[in-house]
Design a protein around this ligand. Structure first.
Ligand code: NAP
Length: 275
């Protein structure tokens, strides 16, 4: 398998070419980003997304509400409506995390399904970015999923559950685990592919795995010395067939999927134009 970094570079180059061809006679794709507050994580994520968009030719409108004291959920829903009506945003995202005083689901659901490029609405026209990124990566690498046992650790709405569904759709036999799962180790040891979306620093050592597996590590955590790490111990990663690093793994796939969803939204918005 090629690395996530290499794969993302290839796909971004293709995307840049496709956008350049289509936008010769049309406007360029447009992503709207709404950021509430300015914690370090949001700042970093938005910066990365803007850089990605710039690289492939997607224009970004970034609305940031640093001082949100006079705003409530309803005011921000109005901002989203205005973004849909006034600007020609093809996709709109609300950068997470947002302060507790706002209702995340209400905000996400106020983005029209055809512009919900994060894929968070139940009826979104797009697949959530992290699972989409991982499935596309496996498929690009010709990893056979049909008939294979896959274990997904984590059952969140944006990662675990949709990943389970995407794997099932491809004929995999899927076990979805959570914090209450008994004897997790015996399940993970038998799988061909293990996806870990837990969010606890390096909690899985090699005893959970075997050397012929593919491991996709979604977790983004800080270890005891304050460095970024995944859910799976770093030293496991040289011992198996393939494992995605943290950083430089699933995070890159997720960012790519956002660009691809935005490009799809653009093509739909432009009446189904094709490359
Ligand atoms: P979440 O909503 O907190 O879900 C975590 C899941 O892990 C829950 O289902 C939980 O089980 C399960 N879990 C917790 N401890 C466990 C244990 N010891 N054994 C087995 N399962 C356990 O998290 P999320 O939003 O899916 O995110 C998970 C991680 O991925 C976080 O680190 C997040 O930052 C990261 N993330 C990364 C990307 C990326 O692009 N790389 C994207 C999204 C998220 P219960 O349901 O029983 O509580």
């Amino acid at each position: 398998m090629i690395s996530c970094k290499e794969y993302v570079e290839i796909r971004k180059k293709e995307l840049r070419e496709q956008i350049s061809i289509l936008s010769k006679n049309n406007r360029v794709p447009h992503l709207g980003v709404i950021q509430i507050g300015s914690n370090d994580a949001s700042e970093r994520y938005v910066k990365g997304k803007k850089k990605d968009c710039e690289e492939v030719g997607i224009v970004v409108t970034h609305l940031i509400f640093k001082d949100y004291s006079s705003y409530d959920t309803n005011n921000l829903k109005q901002v989203i409506n205005d973004m849909c009506d006034i600007s020609n945003c093809d996709g709109i995202i609300v950068q997470l995390p947002i302060p507790d005083k706002f209702d995340v689901e209400e905000l996400q659901n106020s983005i029209p399904a055809k512009k919900d490029v994060d894929g968070f609405r139940r009826d979104s026209m797009f697949t959530p970015c992290t699972p989409k990124g991982m499935i596309d990566y496996l498929e690009y690498n010709n990893v056979n999923l049909s008939g294979e046992l896959c274990v997904v650790i984590g059952r969140s709405k944006i990662v675990g559950k949709p990943m389970v569904n995407l794997l099932i759709d491809r004929g995999a036999t899927v076990i979805c685990c959570n914090s209450k799962t008994k004897d997790l180790k015996t399940l993970t040891q038998q799988a061909k592919i293990v996806v870990s979306a837990v969010g606890k620093p390096e909690i899985f050592d090699f005893s959970y795995f075997n050397e012929s597996q593919i491991l996709l590590d979604v977790g983004i955590n800080l270890n005891a010395s304050g460095k970024l790490c995944g859910d799976i111990s770093r030293d496991v990663k040289d011992k198996v067939t393939h494992a995605t690093p943290v950083p430089g793994g699933v995070g890159l796939l997720t960012r790519l999927a956002l660009l691809e969803n935005t490009f799809e939204a653009y093509k739909m918005n432009m009446g189904g134009i094709k490359c």
